[in-house]
Structure formats: structure tokens, C-alpha cells
Design a protein around this ligand. Structure first.
Ligand code: MSP
Length: 677
């Protein structure tokens, strides 16, 4: 018996559960179920990541206090997972009191080791990543975060620093001694070269907002959200740490490739610094790839359109689980294709496994009085021996792949066994043997097949627990309910259960005909993604036509509400304003949008306003416009002048000709950053 502790990332509560987060959570649950089957004691952890600037702002945007906001969204995650047949041993929230106490204690341990010091931080911060960025990491022009495709913010504040640089060599030694720590191999190589290229001390506290865990002894600082978040893996265990954070437990963190670095570099460094021994560092950080949907990147709009809970409610959670586990090679990017899901459903589940079950039960009803017949292994023929070999190999390989965290391959082996059994029915032809009155042969064939089905019902349990139960009920078997210490993964065919009464066959996976498939696609898949090119062209042509007929009085075309909703309009407060040398029309402003540092905005206002007229004014800013470059200009005086790029991180709204512009503004003392709706 071993111990297996598997974690998902804790999810930010600025979003609701989507297919990406459902994916990791389902993989974690399937792995844990496999480990239960082999008799391991297991612990599955998931939860929500609730502190930090991103969440503080998301709460503000909804007009809620951060805790009220996080309570609401966290509950959506907690309620979602059981609907996907995921059972967690703990659902942690980083606002839980025991977690906060643990993190403060961890901080103190690291501080006592001399690995924290106070300093000033100045640099770029991506709120989307909740991470500082080096200039090298940003896309130009406009200092854009390559992951979030949005401008980063300039941060300048007092901060505690963690001596990450000091841990560079110990980390490299650790990776060398634990080659399985970072998986898959390609990701391991990326991390290794990142660490070898030199680690810099890490800013681990913030002073410009308050939504975080206070730094012990200096409450002006809140801890960096990743310091807080990573600690959840250890804090969540509480007293269970003795069993699950010990050398004889296997600890596996499943993460997306975008957050590998935090887990593979910062997390072990924090633990080593806090005095954890090397054998108390997690065993595996496995980075999986990103999912696209019907070939498209999962933008926020698309993510919301593909709701895993809706899919699970419509198709059954097991069907969604199976498709996600089988269709995506774990560790690589993958596509969630609705049409492929339905095809796979029909082929693997309906025509292969489902058909095998109904076929065999139907034959048993006719040929063995609906009972499991007897079988004398001494009378096996070559065909039986071949099936025997296939069974042994599929059982062995599937087990190996589950252990190697390759669910797609484990399931491939599982369905290979079902195909082999279907082929065996065809070749063994029990109906012909029955006509020849070869009763013993008929019984052997049916018994063999029932035992393959029983083995398969165990093999599918990690992926499809409900369907496994249903299948077993038809086979006259009780549901798989693993217990610690009992390895029930079959090494060979289960025993002959002569005389066991079988139930009537009911289709486990009724196949979808073309009409039903179309109906499901229309209902479940986001429209543009499932349209064939012809249909899309026709739609585009129609849209153009409609747009023309929907011109408003002054000739402008209408747009859909969703298009308008994409524009992020905010109240800005002008902090500074100056003329741009040699550019008659341009002013360069810094505008407070409620973010840690003001944005630079370049606007063609100079013919209508002097800089002094604008400072202190409230303006309306298009805040999510891609940054725009206006060339460069020499700022400063004479010999001290400096060439600077003119990049505008937003646009002001105004009306009128250049020399008589009127600025759009807002009544009263509206807070900078307030959204217009
Ligand atoms: N809160 C941090 C994790 C802290 S763990 C100590 C976080 N949260 S997240 O909600 O933004 O993302 C959670 C996970 O979802 C990440 O592993 C990320 O890779 C994953 N995914 C987000 N979009 C995804 C896809 N399109 N496809 C697959 N997974 C993706 O990061």
C-alpha cells in the first residue's frame, strides 16, 4: 500500500469554472481513483486562490467587498466539481483561517533563515499573471504581457525580497537528483535553462493594496499572492501532513504550462528555505498543455460559451470526462472539438464498449438462461489463448500508463481490450457453436467475455465511475468501491462466476444518429466554431446585407450589444500633462485609472487645451484598446533632452474639430477606474 496525494492548481475567483480548469480537476480525480483501485491511501486537493490585486479589482468592479465577492465565486467552484464526479478531500480557500496561519508561520521560518530582506521594488507587473515581468519578457511596443496580451503596469514600492538567487545551485542539484520532479521532459528542459540562466531575488510582498495575508510583524505589507497560494498544498493537509507530506507518500502537483515556473522553481525554493528536507519536496510537478475549443483559442467569451457543467448535464459527466481524458495527450496542447466528442462517443463508447456489453448480455440471455456460465480452462483453443494474451497486455499497459500520468494511453489500452473482445465474439461465433450443440464451447466463450467485461468495468472506473457502476449492475456485480490496502486492478481475468444472475441489457451508451448529433452541436457548441465554411460565408454575406439595411439616420451601422460590451470604458483622473515637442497636436498625459501606477496616454488635444487645463480633470478612457505608437519625441531641455517612444495605453473620448474639442467627462467625484456601463 502506498500513499498518493494529488493537487490541482487553486483557481482564481475572477473567473468561474471553465473547460480548462475542469480538465485538470478531472485528471486529478481520475488519477486518484486509479490509485484507490490499487489500494493506495489517497488525498485530492483543490480550491480557490482568493487574494491579490486581480481579485481585489474584480471585486471592486462588481461593487463588492473582496470577501463577499470571493465567497460567492468560490462556492461556484466548490459546487461545480461534484457535478463532474470529482470528490475532493479538502476544498481549500486561501481565505481559510488555518491556511493564513500556516502561511504566516512559513514566512517566519524563511525570515528566521535570513532569506527575506526589505528593499524597494521598481519594475513591470502583469496583474493577469500576478507576476513581475522583466523587460525581456514583454512584447513591444507598449510593454505587453505575451500571455494576457495587455499592457503591464509600472510598480514602484517597498517590498520584501526572497533570496531566490541563493537557491539557484541547490535547486539545480535537486533537479539533477530528482529527474522526475518536472514532467514532461520538454518542460523540464525549459525550467532547467531558465534556472541556469540566473535567478534573481523575488519580490514577495506588496504595499499598494491590502487584499492579502499580512506580513507578520509589518502589517503595511501583504504577502505576494503566489507565496500565499503555493503554500496551500501544504497548509491544506493540516494534521494529515504526517501521512501525505512524508517520504512514503507520492505528492503530485498538476498544473498548466503557464504556471509551471511558480511550482517548479519558487515552491521548492520556499520549502527548502523554510527547512523542509529534500524528501519533503513534492515528487512531481506535471505541466499539461492548453486546450483550444473547436480549434479556437479559449478567449474569455469562448470559455463562457463552453460550460463544462452544461456539457456534463447534457451528455452525462462520464462522457465529458472520458473525452477530455482520452482526446488530449496529457502534457500536450489539445483541442476540445465538439463534433469529435460526439464521434468518439459513438465509436468508442457506443459501438465498441456499449455494443460489447449488450451483445454479450443478449447472447447470455439466449444461450445461458441469463446466467454467468461455467468454463473449463483446460479446453482452451488458440483463439482463447490469443484473447488471453491481449487481456494480460492491456491490463498491464493500462496500469503502467495510469502510474505514469498518461490517462489518454491508459484509456487507449482499455478500449483496445474491448475491441479485442468484440473481435473475439466474431471469430469464436458462439451462435454457430450453439447450432452445432457445442454447449461447453458456447459457455466458455460467454464466460470469457463476461470476465473481460468485468475487468473493463474496473478499468473504466477512474474515468467513468457512474458508467462503471451501471455496467456492473448489468453484469450482476456490485459497484467498484476500493478500500485501502486492497489492490483490485486486475492482473488477469477476474474469476469465473458460474451461476451469477445477469441483468437485462440496457444500452450503456445509446449512439447518436446524424439528426441528434446536429441537434446537440447546435445546442452545445459555440456557433462560429461549428459552422462549416460555406455556412460561415453565407452568414457573413447575410450579416453584411443586414448591416447595410440597419444603417442609422446618420449612416452609422449598428453593432450587437456583445460588441459594445467588449469596450472597457473607465473614468480616469489626469495627473500630469505636457506638450509633446515638435508635435503640434499632441499632449502626453498620465491618467489614474485606479491601477497601481497611472497610464501614459498620448492624445491629439493640444490645439484645444493647454496642459494646465487638463490636470485634475476627470476624463473617459477606452482602457482596453491595444497600445498605439505615435513615433518618438525628444523630451527635456537642450543637452539633457532624451528621445522617448510615444506609446499610448488608452484613448480619451472627445468630440468636435481638433481646434475646438470638447472632452467627454463625468459628473461629480467619481473614483478613478470606475467602469462605464
Ligand atoms: N491561481 C493560480 C494558480 C495557483 S496554484 C498555487 C492560477 N489560477 S487560474 O485560475 O488562472 O488558472 C488555473 C489553471 O487553469 C492553470 O493551471 C491554467 O493553466 C489552467 N488553464 C487556464 N486556461 C486553460 C486552457 N485553455 N486549457 C487548459 N488549462 C488552462 O493560475
Amino acid at each position: 500500500m502506498g500513499r498518493f496525494y494529488v493537487t490541482t492548481p487553486i483557481y482564481y475567483v475572477n473567473d468561474v469554472p471553465h473547460l480548462g480548469t475542469a480538465y485538470t480537476t478531472i485528471v486529478a480525480d481520475a488519477l486518484r481513483r486509479f490509485h484507490q483501485l490499487i489500494g493506495d491511501e489517497t488525498f485530492l486537493l483543490t480550491g480557490t486562490d482568493e487574494h491579490g490585486l486581480k481579485i481585489e479589482r474584480a471585486a471592486q468592479a462588481q461593487g463588492l467587498a473582496p470577501k463577499a465577492f470571493t465567497d460567492e465565486i468560490s462556492a461556484r467552484f466548490r459546487d461545480a466539481w461534484p457535478k463532474l464526479e470529482v470528490t475532493a478531500d479538502r476544498f481549500i480557500r486561501t481565505t481559510d483561517a488555518d491556511h493564513e496561519a500556516f502561511v504566516q508561520d512559513l514566512w517566519k521560518k524563511i525570515e528566521a533563515r535570513g532569506d527575506l530582506y526589505e528593499g524597494d521594488y521598481e519594475g513591470w507587473y502583469c496583474v493577469g499573471c500576478e507576476s513581475l515581468k522583466t523587460e525581456k519578457e514583454l512584447e513591444q511596443p507598449g510593454n505587453i504581457c505575451p500571455l494576457h496580451k495587455a499592457p503591464v503596469e509600472r510598480v514602484k514600492e517597498k517590498s520584501y525580497f526572497f533570496r531566490l538567487e541563493k537557491w539557484q545551485e541547490p535547486l539545480l542539484d535537486f533537479y539533477a537528483r530528482h529527474p522526475d520532479f518536472i514532467q514532461p521532459e520538454t518542460r523540464r528542459n525549459e525550467v532547467l535553462s531558465f534556472v541556469k540562466s540566473g535567478l534573481k531575488d523575488l519580490s514577495v510582498s506588496r504595499t499598494t493594496f491590502t487584499w492579502g495575508i499580512p506580513v507578520p510583524g509589518n502589517e503595511k505589507h501583504v504577502m505576494y499572492v503566489w507565496f500565499d497560494a503555493l503554500s496551500n498544498y501544504r497548509s491544506a493537509l493540516g494534521a494529515e501532513h504526517a501521512r501525505f507530506w512524508s517520504p512514503n507518500a507520492k505528492v503530485v502537483h498538476l498544473v498548466g504550462k503557464d504556471i509551471l515556473r511558480f511550482h517548479a522553481v519558487f515552491w521548492p525554493a520556499f520549502l527548502l528555505s523554510a527547512g523542509y528536507r529534500e524528501d519533503e519536496i513534492p515528487d512531481v510537478v506535471y505541466a499539461h498543455g492548453f486546450l483550444t475549443v473547436d480549434g479556437q483559442k479559449m478567449s474569455k467569451a469562448l470559455r463562457n460559451a463552453v460550460d463544462p457543467l452544461k456539457l456534463a448535464a447534457e451528455l452525462g459527466p462520464d462522457v465529458l470526462r472520458y473525452h477530455l481524458l482520452r482526446a488530449v495527450a496529457f502534457g500536450q496542447d489539445g483541442d476540445f472539438d465538439h463534433a469529435a466528442l460526439l464521434e468518439r462517443y459513438n465509436a468508442d463508447l457506443g459501438k465498441n464498449l456499449g455494443n460489447l456489453l449488450s451483445r454479450v448480455l443478449g447472447l447470455c440471455a439466449k444461450m445461458s438462461h441469463g446466467k454467468h456460465p461455467d468454463d473449463d480452462p483446460a479446453t482452451d483453443v488458440e483463439l482463447d489463448a490469443e484473447l488471453g494474451k491481449e487481456i494480460a497486455s492491456c491490463l498491464h499497459n493500462a496500469r503502467k500508463y495510469w502510474l505514469e500520468i498518461q490517462p489518454h494511453l491508459a484509456l487507449e489500452q482499455t478500449f483496445k481490450l474491448a475491441s479485442a473482445a468484440n473481435a473475439y465474439v466474431d471469430h469464436a461465433a458462439p451462435w454457430t457453436e450453439a447450432r452445432k450443440l457445442n454447449t461447453k464451447r458456447v459457455e466458455k466463450i460467454l464466460s470469457r467475455l463476461l470476465r473481460v467485461l468485468e475487468a473493463t468495468s474496473v478499468m473504466i472506473w477512474p474515468a467513468m465511475p457512474q458508467k462503471s457502476d451501471e455496467m456492473r449492475a448489468q453484469l450482476g456485480l456490485s459497484p467498484v468501491r476500493p478500500s485501502v490496502g486492497a489492490d483490485v486492478w486486475p492482473a488477469e481475468l477476474p474469476p469465473i462466476r458460474a451461476g451469477l444472475a445477469l441483468a437485462q441489457a440496457t444500452p450503456l451508451f445509446p449512439t447518436y444518429d446524424a439528426d441528434k448529433q446536429k441537434e446537440l452541436l447546435d445546442r452545445l457548441a459555440p456557433k462560429p466554431a461549428i459552422e462549416a465554411k460555406d455556412a460561415k460565408d453565407a452568414r457573413d454575406a447575410k450579416a453584411q446585407k443586414t448591416a447595410k439595411t440597419e444603417e442609422t439616420a446618420d449612416g452609422a451601422t449598428t453593432i450587437a450589444y456583445e460588441d459594445f460590451a467588449k469596450v472597457d470604458l473607465r473614468v480616469g483622473l489626469v495627473k500630469t500633462c505636457e506638450k509633446v515637442p515638435k508635435k503640434d497636436k499632441l499632449l502626453r498625459l498620465t491618467v489614474d485609472l485606479g491601477e497601481p501606477s497611472p497610464r501614459t496616454i498620448v492624445a491629439g488635444l493640444a490645439l484645444s487645451f493647454s496642459p494646465e487645463q487638463l490636470v485634475g480633470k476627470r476624463v473617459i478612457v477606452v482602457a482596453n484598446l491595444a497600445p498605439r505608437e505615435f513615433g518618438s519625441a525628444d523630451f527635456g531641455e537642450g543637452g539633457k533632452s532624451k528621445k522617448e517612444k510615444l506609446v499610448s495605453q488608452g484613448m480619451l473620448l472627445a468630440s468636435g474639430p481638433s481646434e475646438d474639442l470638447r472632452l467627454a467627462t463625468i459628473d461629480g467625484e467619481c473614483a478613478p477606474g470606475a467602469r462605464l456601463k
